[in-house]
Design a protein around this ligand. Sequence first.
Ligand SMILES: *[C@@H]1O[C@H](CO)[C@@H](O)[C@H](O)[C@H]1NC(C)=O
Ligand SMILES: *[C@@H]1O[C@H](CO)[C@@H](O)[C@H](O)[C@H]1NC(C)=O
Ligand SMILES: *[C@@H]1O[C@H](CO)[C@@H](O)[C@H](O)[C@H]1NC(C)=O
Length: 201
Amino acid sequence: MRAQAIYSVALLVLSLIGLGQANTIASCNSCYGINCQRTSLQAQEQKCADSLDYCVTIFDDSKVMYKGCSLEIPLTLRQRCESHSKGSSCFKCNSDRCNNVGAMDYACVQCDASKDANCAENASTLQPTRCVAPTGGNSYCYVKSSGSSTQRGCATTVAEQQSCLKDANCLLCSPGDIRGCNAVNISNNSNVGNRFIRFLR
Ligand SMILES: *[C@@H]1O[C@H](CO)[C@@H](O)[C@H](O)[C@H]1NC(C)=O
Ligand SMILES: *[C@@H]1O[C@H](CO)[C@@H](O)[C@H](O)[C@H]1NC(C)=O
Ligand SMILES: *[C@@H]1O[C@H](CO)[C@@H](O)[C@H](O)[C@H]1NC(C)=O
């Protein structure tokens, strides 16, 4: 009887482990508070104490507040991953270091005209895709175009945002209001690439 019980428990555990293969994580990307905005600290990782834990990223709007193992969320932020109404402010995933994802609303068209014929002038037909977790407090999409080259994507660091701002051929826009805000044509339209309307809303 006892052996039988132990055997069933062992089987159950084995099958849980088997089923949960994608769930057995060793580590998550890790940061807390202001450190989530420091590009020099983006390589930090946290080994989860429990191998059945999962990774999370917690946002305040698009700003990253915490990255790490779900069982180690700081108390002050814990409720963001529990309350259903705030579901979009807590991203959960269950593979190693999978939690480098931006907030739900932070999605940009991401393409390169040298690889995608629709990128230059037909970008509104491309699906905006979710950006990686930003280190900048603000999150922007960009479109950069000169000659026959056009690139669209996420400007996730302050350095990328500044560099776009200084570049007359680059335009930033805020994805919060318009999904895929960086789908606009700028290649042949000198007005749109113009400094004065660098920020589309
Ligand atoms: C972009 O330009 C192309 C070619 O002129 C045009 O067909 C398309 O409608 C334009 N798209 C937008 C969003 O303005
Ligand atoms: C724009 O993309 C759509 C969908 O992929 C395609 O049907 C259409 O022909 C494209 N238009 C141009 C001008 O390339
Ligand atoms: C925009 O410029 C490209 C490359 O110079 C050209 O192939 C395309 O026909 C132009 N589109 C429009 C709408 O003028």
